[in-house]
Write a protein that binds this ligand. Sequence first.
Ligand code: TMP
Length: 214
Amino acid sequence: MHGRFITLEGGEGCGKSTQLKLLAEYLRSKGVEVVQTKEPGGTPEGQILRELLVTGDKDKLDAVSECLLYYADRRNHLVKVVWPALNEGKWVISDRYADSTEAYQYYGYDKRVELEVLQGLYRTVAGDFKPDLTLILDIEPEIGMGRSFAKAQTMAVKELRFESRQMDFHRNLRRGFLEIAKREPERCAVVDADADVQTVHERIVKIVEERLGI
Ligand code: TMP
């Protein structure tokens, strides 16, 4: 595979989607062909899974079912979107990927699913394939949740299944992402996301330039 795979990760309201758009524009300005995508829901089938996963009662799915659904979405996304684009030399930027499963379904829920289960699912679904770079947008959960609820009020967002969890969940989540970054420093970079959009964008561009040599 010749393209590059970049993933953006972080808790609620960290600004991933805005930053993904800005990064894609920046890379295009440098002549890179970019595919913007997301999990869950990066394929038509994934949209159906997304609806199931991010709406409704927070306790409607048991932990293992939830992980299997995220991994079904992931496999379909890899096979239909990510791998074909990388094979064509394109760069793929995904709004969330496997670190979200570890952070939300393992750390967030205080380890209701064994880490080995998630790692086994990862190997089945993706083998040795990993992102070239994972940007973890780090923000205090209180600030991120404030942004997230403000957005929900102005846009009638109904995807609040995870936002409706207790603050502890969001603190665990943040700790989880930081653990992952510590464990895999070559792949991951933590970005301080508590700043204005342009400042965070400049931080991201610097990391991408340093790590991927654009
Ligand atoms: P979004 O906020 O980036 O649109 O993502 C949708 C929700 O799905 C978000 O609350 C995080 C959650 N999620 C998981 O819990 N596990 C996962 O593996 C992924 C990809 C997302």
